[in-house]
Design a protein around this ligand. Structure first.
Ligand SMILES: Nc1ncnc2c1ncn2[C@@H]1O[C@H](COP(=O)(O)OP(=O)(O)OP(=O)(O)O)[C@@H](O)[C@H]1O
Length: 249
């Protein structure tokens, strides 16, 4: 079996005269966290949207576990196991953490779940839901309504729900955004373990988190990847330091 889970070749997307992604080639390998960094407006979100299917590329190919997914819509890509978190949230605020995760185990929407409330005791649902809540660091918080979880806990709930959908790859768009220093440290530990479940393509501005987590880093500037490599190599790369890292490195 190939170690490349997601293979992106020559991806291009223009908005009028602006090339938001300009021949992006990168891959995501089994077991890794591959961070995608770059200045504001570099094209990171545009690239993630092309992978999820929210945006269709003008040129280039995307292969997921050996299958060309270019013609599939976002729902079909999600069903194959491409999980995007932290931007589109399907958390039902009035349901508890456990109920929300059970929903994700079911792969069903909240409307369906209302009918299923009597079946809440079903261990075929509660056992995996509890397991995923524990994996995401929410053991002991199962019965708390999502609406009263803290910001950091809510983010963990989203991770538990993503895990419940049995993802084959995670696309995480700025998971550290809005977290305090302590919350970011906690989340870093959880994400670090997550790579064993499925590889992660991580878009993140928090360089402490990126340097702590990434197995490889790709640097996107004006729609082009200017470097890909292990953390130490990227930190030492003069062009990367000039274009993005500056004194941070
Ligand atoms: N729907 C759109 N229509 C026109 N231009 C767009 C659209 N979406 C993005 N852009 C432009 O494409 C470029 C890349 O934007 P994108 O949001 O992908 O960058 P980014 O790297 O994610 O930035 P940030 O780090 O600030 O989130 C920017 O110049 C942006 O203004």
């Amino acid at each position: 079996m190939s170690d490349v889970i997601l293979n992106i070749r020559g991806l291009e997307k223009s908005f009028g005269a602006l090339k938001a992604t300009d021949g992006v080639t990168l891959d995501l390998r089994r077991g890794e966290i591959h961070a995608l960094i770059g200045p504001n407006g570099a094209g990171k979100s545009t690239l993630i949207k092309q992978i999820t299917g929210e945006l269709r590329q003008d040129r280039g190919t995307i292969t997921f576990e050996g299958q060309a997914i270019d013609t599939l819509d976002a729902a079909a890509r999600a069903r194959l196991g491409l999980a995007r978190s932290f931007q589109v949230s399907s958390v039902v605020p009035e349901f508890t953490a456990l109920e929300n995760t059970m929903l994700a185990v079911l792969g069903a929407g909240g409307g369906v779940f209302r009918f299923l409330r009597p079946a809440l005791q079903d261990r075929a649902l509660t056992d995996p839901a509890r397991f995923h809540l524990e994996q995401a660091g929410l053991a002991g918080r199962e019965g708390v309504p999502a609406s009263t979880l803290s910001h950091g806990e809510r983010r963990r709930l989203e991770i538990a729900m993503a895990l419940a959908m049995r993802p084959r790859a995670f696309l995480l768009d700025e998971p550290m955004a809005g977290m305090g220093a302590e919350g970011a440290r906690d989340l870093t530990a959880i994400l670090s373990d997550l790579r064993a479940e499925a590889p992660i393509l991580l878009v993140e501005h928090d360089m402490d988190a990126v340097f702590a987590l990434a197995d490889r880093i790709s640097v996107l500037v004006y729609g082009r990847i200017i470097a890909t490599g292990p953390v130490a190599e990227i930190r030492a790369n003069p062009e990367v330091r000039r274009s993005y890292l500056g004194e941070e490195a």
